[in-house]
Design a protein around this ligand. Structure first.
Ligand code: SF4
Length: 463
């Protein structure tokens, strides 16, 4: 799709089976989340609000907590780096790998490395970089991009995946999910043993202990670290939490909100490189803290978006995302979180994503499910205002100035209402407003019933 293709046109062109894959998986995830939360937490809203308070407190004192986390990590033998932008993060990671002459890297799932386009960068420099999360592996062999934060292949069905495996020489066509998984496992395990470095993200970093917490359902982050002499964790600066005991709140909420599980299958706590008595694990460990626009967001009136723990629940529940899929958002992060985060992270390139906040019905479902109570609809409105103030209009959106002229002049409005019934006699494509034509290509107007509200009010008026 082109960088500026409006989301509604993208959604209209989406094949039916792709749309039903996205819709089905979002509906299933939403209902599992409801059950998992309600079963164990009769006052789940209070837990969400507690999580929001902890995260907001951390963000309000991020400089202090980041410094504390850095001290603890360094005490444990971790080398800490800070990167202002994507370019600096990529070159830092490349330098660490080059210093160790690491040419083969395995990678666990990490949205922040998607954000900085790390794979492409390393592969261009001759470093083999293999995704080890099954979904991300399929995305990589297909040359695709994730369509969901948690389930990157939510837009694919098993037949497409079986075809990809056959094409890549991973066995004859077989679309049994168990066979697909077994073949991927055999392929990936061979790579784990031959790699020289493992790259992961981090779900949380405790400022109190310097513990890095990673959650996966496949154990691939563990495999990415255990046999390798070098581990690099790439971490957005907003991933800090104050204390270890806060993990009780976040791990409970993350697993339930993301996948409807009580706890993610593998929850790992890392404290530095391996000790001499440990049989395996990395001898050298680096953490690259990434800013990439986060400090700017922290100083803005949308700072609450940095509370996000990347659970994807807002994507699952969003009526627009369910129809359009994540690819329509044209950025690493799709759905409601992406509609806010992408324009904010873009900085000077705000215009490229300024239409995304309009891709929302403002129904408020995203805020209701968000485990850290982020007021996403309020932020969508703020960003719409920002785009309006910057004079940015979405391609294909109807001009609102003529409507404002009509709606603020009662006499003219009444006259227009009386005449407008005539529009029902015309086919939509013949409506005499050229600027509306592209908008109407994708929409069916209801029959015009202008004026009925006034008649109804007049009848109710006391005589
Ligand atoms: S905004 Fe909230 S619901 Fe959406 S991914 Fe982030 S934490 Fe989850």
């Amino acid at each position: 799709m082109s960088a500026r293709q409006p989301i509604d046109q993208f959604a209209a062109g989406l094949p039916g089976d792709r749309r039903s894959s996205v819709l089905g998986s979002c509906q299933a995830a939403t209902s599992k989340r409801v059950t998992a939360l309600a079963d164990d937490f009769p006052h789940a809203d209070e837990l969400r609000r507690l999580a929001a308070r902890i995260k907001q407190h951390t963000l309000d004192h991020l400089d202090r907590y980041l410094a504390a986390a850095t001290d603890r990590l360094e005490e444990q033998g971790v080398q800490v780096h800070f990167a202002d932008g994507a370019g600096e993060a990529r070159s830092t990671i490349h330098r660490i790998l080059a210093d160790r002459d690491a040419r083969r890297v395995v990678k666990a799932k990490s949205m922040v490395t998607e954000e900085i386009h790390l794979n492409e960068y390393l592969i261009e420099r001759g470093i083999e970089c293999l995704e080890t999360d099954l979904g991300e592996f399929i995305i990589q062999i297909d040359g695709d991009v994730p369509s969901h934060i948690i389930r990157p292949i939510t837009h694919k069905n098993r037949r497409e995946i079986a075809q990809s495996f056959e094409r890549e020489g991973l066995g004859a066509y077989n679309d049994d999910p168990e066979v697909i998984t077994r073949r991927a496992r055999v392929h990936l395990r061979d790579h784990y043993m031959r790699s020289q470095a493992g790259i992961t993200g981090a779900n949380f970093v405790s400022a109190e202990s310097g513990r890095i917490v990673l959650v996966t359902n496949e154990g691939n982050s563990r495999f990415s670290m255990a046999p390798n002499p070098l581990h690099i964790a790439v971490v957005g600066i907003e991933k800090i939490i104050p204390r270890d005991r806060d993990l009780g709140v976040f791990l409970n909420l993350l697993a339930r909100s993301a996948t409807g599980q009580r706890l993610t299958v593998y929850t790992e706590f890392l404290r530095g490189p391996k000790a001499p008595r440990q049989p395996s694990g990395p001898e050298e460990m680096h953490v690259v803290f990434l800013d990439n626009g986060r400090s700017r967001i922290l100083a803005s009136d949308c700072r609450e978006i940095l509370r996000c723990i990347r659970c994807g629940a807002c994507q699952n529940v969003c009526p627009v995302y369910r129809q359009a899929s994540g690819h329509a958002y044209r950025s690493t992060y799709g759905g409601p979180i992406g509609a806010v985060l992408s324009p904010l992270l873009a900085g000077d390139d705000f215009a490229s994503y300024a239409d995304l906040p309009k891709a929302s019905s403002l129904c408020g479902a995203c805020r209701e499910v968000c485990p850290v109570d982020i007021p996403i609809p309020d932020m969508l409105l703020k960003l719409r205002h920002q785009a309006h103030d910057a004079g940015l209009r979405s391609p294909g959106s109807p001009p609102m100035a003529p409507f404002a002229e009509l709606a603020t002049r009662p006499m003219v409005w009444r006259g227009a209402m009386s005449l407008s019934r005539a529009a029902n006699l015309l086919p939509t494509r013949m409506l005499p407003v050229p600027a509306l034509q592209s908008w109407l290509q994708l929409r069916t107007l209801p029959r015009w019933r202008g004026g009925e509200f006034r008649q109804w009010m007049a009848q109710r008026a006391p005589s």
